[in-house]
Unconditional design. Structure first.
Length: 187
């Protein structure tokens, strides 16, 4: 159990340093789909480990365009808008359905504007991940008691769900490793 606790603490320390690029930090270039997929993978790998599954594929991107989640590329080129949308969609699909994500993105985009909505998403994701990182490290974590505007409820609860899912998956992984170790017959 002590090793499990230490591994969880180390994971929490790693997660505490995870960061998403803000709107101004996203590349202001036109990129091809393969470049966008690689970029999203680089940005999200600290949060979502790709050994579990592909974070983003060409068919996913094409489906998101067909479903109206992201705008169609112009001459097969994608912009920072696409990158921002794909980061948010890839993260949120861990805990929400595609129709829920679409409605949330449409709402936040209209209420806040795309760049502000994206930065809000990044801030909320990082706060939620920092919270579970502290828990994993055994730190006492006080709940956020500041009043929350109703227009932020969905983004706050979705990012909190995402972070809690990450912690639950890590805990289960460590528990399974522990059980396999104690059930292993002595050599």
């Amino acid at each position: 159990m002590e090793q499990m606790k230490e591994e969880l603490r180390q994971w929490g320390a790693e997660m505490a340093n995870c960061r998403l690029p803000r709107w101004q930090e996203l590349p202001d270039l036109e990129l091809y789909m393969d470049q966008v997929i690689s970029l999203v993978d680089v940005y999200l790998t600290p949060f979502i480990k790709p050994e579990k599954h592909n974070l983003l594929t060409k068919s996913m991107v094409n489906n998101y365009v067909k479903l109206g989640l992201i705008p169609a590329p112009k001459k097969k080129r994608y912009t920072k808008n696409h990158v921002a949308f794909l980061i948010a969609i890839t993260t949120l699909k861990q805990v929400l359905t595609i129709p829920e994500i679409k409605e949330g993105i449409l709402f936040q985009g209209r209420v806040e504007g795309i760049s502000q909505a994206y930065d809000l998403f990044c801030d909320e994701t990082e706060k939620a991940v920092a919270h579970i990182a502290a828990m994993a490290q055994g730190k006492v974590v006080a709940p956020d008691v500041a009043p929350l505007p109703v227009r932020y409820f969905a983004v706050r609860t979705a990012t909190t769900s995402f972070a809690n899912k990450l912690l639950a998956e890590k805990a289960i992984q460590l528990e399974m490793a522990y059980l396999s170790k104690i059930n292993k017959p002595d050599d």
